[in-house]
Design a protein around this ligand. Sequence first.
Ligand code: NAD
Length: 361
Amino acid sequence: MKIAILPGDGIGTEIVAEAVKVLHALDLKFENETALVGGAAYDAHGHPLPESTLKLAMASDAVLFGAVGDWKYDTLDRPLRPEQAILGLRKNMGLFANFRPAICYEQLVGASSLKPALISGLDILIIRELTGDIYFGQPRGRRVATDGHFPGAEEAFDTMRYSKPEIERIAHVAFQAARKRKTAGAEGRVTSVDKSNVLETFQFWKDVVSEVGKQYPDIALDHMYVDNAAMQLVKEPKRFDVVVTGNMFGDILSDEASMLTGSIGMLPSASLNSKNQGLYEPSHGSAPDIAGKGIANPLATILSAAMMLRFSLNQTEAADRIETAVKKVLALGLRTTDIYSEGTTKVGTSQMGDAVVKALG
Ligand code: NAD
């Protein structure tokens, strides 16, 4: 097992250090190698995704990624910005399925801005397609002003596009995930989110997903418009089991879903290719406002490492051990600042990592 460790910028280095600490405490045999990515790589090598980092990622079974970005890079040309590193890794590794579980830990029910009854016991999975849609459609660009004004553009355009194989591929992933969850007690339902009332691309999406759904008679399928899905996620989130959607709607809905449980510091994510090679990262960014203070919550990254063990490295037992340890630590009342409430014990980033290691038993 080879893991590429890409901590990135801001709190990335602090939280990834804790996840690596937990991985080393598991008595697993794995190789790991660390490389620069994002702003840190730009500063050292003039590019957010240097060739050496990409090579390492491609040659590994999995990538454990922290976060990238800082406001100081906002004036760089787009291809040199830290966030481009993620797009480059997704593209080169062929990562097409993004998994974002939104799970409400019982001890953190009070941290949500929603009423406890709405989110207590919440366990849903948002699956976002990563390679198609308006983010990668051609043509795209800006048109100069018809009166000859230049460089001021008069209009800009991005083309929404999905191919049948792309939709089929992500639909299979969603149905198979729903099937797996069903064996563990979930409802066995896929909700496909689209905008088929307005967009041709999403009428096509709906048709293709329905067709694929016929191969999974044990899994219920329903379709929902994205505006309604955004509303239902806060009105009645527990009505969902697995949600599957395109790149742009998924970008927005997965962030919305991740906040249902109250803290962005708790939510892991996985992006997988067809060989189960994956990139694992917390759902949050590099949090420059708290970087270097030792107060960032490392649990999302530690839980991402658990997803990595389960999905890419076939170490289900080790993944379970991490997830159980995180629950134990929360039950002990240990909290980083972002999830702190009265009556609990405030701890820093590395103390939280140490507590998870101890709770592994
Ligand atoms: P952010 O997620 O970094 O931070 C939002 C808020 O949440 C901040 O107040 C931050 O302090 C807090 N927060 C985030 N993670 C936390 C943690 N683990 N523990 C405690 N608090 C936490 O989003 P932002 O401020 O919009 O973006 C900051 C930078 O991160 C930008 O440069 C942005 O482009 C980048 N970004 C990167 C990724 C990524 O690497 N995948 C994702 C989103 C944003």
